[in-house]
Design a protein around this ligand. Sequence first.
Ligand SMILES: *Cc1c(COP(=O)(O)O)cnc(C)c1O
Length: 472
Amino acid sequence: MSQIEERNPRRFPSVDEILKTVPALAAVDRFGHQAVVGAVRATLAEARAEKLVLSDSSRIASAAFGRLEIEDRSSLRPVFNLTGTVLHTNLGRALIADVAVDAAVQAMRHAVTLEFDVNGGKRGERDDHMRDLLCELTGAEDATVVNNNAAAVLLVLNTFAKGRDAIVSRGELIEIGGAFRMPEIMSRAGAKLVEVGTTNRTHKKDFAAAIGPKTGLVLKVHTSNYRVEGFTAAVEPSALVALTRKHQVPVVNDLGSGTLIDLKRFGLKHEPTVAEAVAEGADLVTFSGDKLLGGPQAGFIVGRKDLIARLNANPMKRALRVDKIRLSALEATLKLYRDPDRLAQRVPTLRFLARKAVDIRAQAERIAPALAAWLGDRFVVKVIDCSSQIGSGALPLEGMASAGLACGARGSSGSGRALSDLSAALRRLPVPVIGHVADKRLVLDMRCLEDEAGFLSNLKKLDVRSGTDAVA
Ligand SMILES: *Cc1c(COP(=O)(O)O)cnc(C)c1O
């Protein structure tokens, strides 16, 4: 590089010259001297590698500014989730209720009574903020909170089944995705997996034969993301409890999504609630914070006081605990459940589930003309009926009647390319729009679209032409 400079010193201005230009000064104002010097050098190096001649200092400075702006953009960006999956794990699952967002912001800005009892002036416990609420909402004796439900299951297994047997039905050895596989969690927790029954049928007698002095716990797992249909049999948690009593072995029910209210309220099928699981007699029940509950990521464990005390005494609990930001958001979210009638307005996840197909369709019809206009005559936009799903393993076979916009390429040749170009153009928007492809059309399910005005103004930046021209 330096050789080129020596041979042809006029090809590029010096870094100092470039730093004196207007765009460079603006860049320094925004990103600081060090970052701008770095970006200018990188821009020059790139130009040299490409054997360009860049003699205009301002243009080099502008290029460096652009480079810094791209680097500065958060990689964790807001998107429009029009996939039709309300709790999309890859898109961050539940959106947080406004009061919970406010509570989290307060907690971030201030010192808080995280482990401090203001009344007594003594040390308090992190779990105190949630314990009473969780007990009130689930009917459990005691409760604790950890990082997520995977952590809840890990902590439970490690506490009660380390070096001992954990008995599970073969029909419930689930993989949730993202490397949560029950057998692997078991071995990491130090538990010995004892499988009973068969894939489709497990009976009480199978558990009875497996329980012995080495048993640490019996685990019931909600088969979240699949169903075994046909000739099946499973053992109800209440029957498991009756069976294990005399052995003094705890029954743990991993509910997965774990709703606090009956989903029938929203016209959906009944999903066992946490209170029902507690009432059935499970000694401990675990569930997620950011699935149907509609809060931030967390794992709850509710149940018998003596067992919760043992979980809290496990040093692993310290490694899995949640911070003040999430605790405050969780507390605010749980408080909303004291008023079930207004939940569907206040908790975004439940608001999405409660939306009626006619309303969603009306919204799709309002948006269709604008989308068609922005897409131009290479695509046909149609309002269609479609089916949304809850996601994250809740009621996997239950679709919810919804509506959306289906964008198909006009003419059949090259329609695959056209669709992938369209998907890419939507992802390139300032707020990327994520849909899904079905029947050779890109479908935008409107169920989770609330900011209609924001969506429309975002579309103004849509540039699908270059892509489709390339196809044609
Ligand atoms: C989702 C799920 C988990 C994992 O919960 P996370 O909160 O994602 O860690 C564990 N068990 C079941 C049955 C689930 O559905």
